[in-house]
Design a protein around this ligand. Structure first.
Ligand SMILES: [Zn+2]
Length: 126
C-alpha cells in the first residue's frame, strides 16, 4: 500500500478496529487468557470422554451379530489382523504385540478368524 492512500472505515467496522488495537487492561487480558484455558480444557474433556466411550464400546462388543451369532470381523490380509465392522476394533494374536492393535488375544483372534473365513469375510488388503 502506498503512503498517500487513505482508508475510510465507518460505523461497526471502525469500532471493531478500535477494539482490536486498543490495549487491554490486565484484568481483561487475564480473563481472556482464562477463557482460552477453559475452552481448551472443555475440548480436551470432550475428546477424552469420546475416547472413553469408544473404549467402553469396544470392551462391550462381542464382535458378533446378536441375531445369529455370526461375526462382524473381517480379516485384513497383508497386515494380519481382524477388524470389527461395528466397533472398529483391531484384534491381533498375542504374538503380534509389537504391532498396533486394540486387543491382543490369540484365542479370540483364532476363533473369529475361522468364523470370518467361513463367512467369506476375508481378503481385504491394505
Ligand atoms: Zn466389535
Amino acid at each position: 500500500m502506498k503512503d498517500n492512500q487513505n482508508i475510510t472505515l465507518q460505523g461497526q467496522a471502525l469500532q471493531d478496529l478500535i477494539e482490536a488495537v486498543r490495549p487491554k487492561p490486565d484484568a481483561e487480558k487475564e480473563a481472556l487468557q482464562q477463557e482460552k484455558i477453559e475452552n481448551r480444557k472443555n475440548i480436551a474433556q470432550l475428546a477424552y470422554s469420546e475416547l472413553k466411550a469408544r473404549e467402553a464400546e469396544r470392551l462391550a462388543c462381542t464382535h458378533r451379530r446378536a441375531r445369529d451369532g455370526s461375526t462382524r470381523v473381517v480379516y485384513v490380509e497383508g497386515s494380519h489382523y481382524l477388524i470389527c465392522q461395528k466397533c472398529q476394533c483391531r484384534i491381533r494374536p498375542e504374538s503380534d504385540k509389537h504391532l498396533p492393535a486394540d486387543v491382543y488375544n490369540t484365542r479370540m483372534f483364532t476363533e473369529l478368524w475361522a468364523q470370518a473365513s467361513n463367512q467369506g469375510q476375508s481378503g481385504i488388503v491394505y
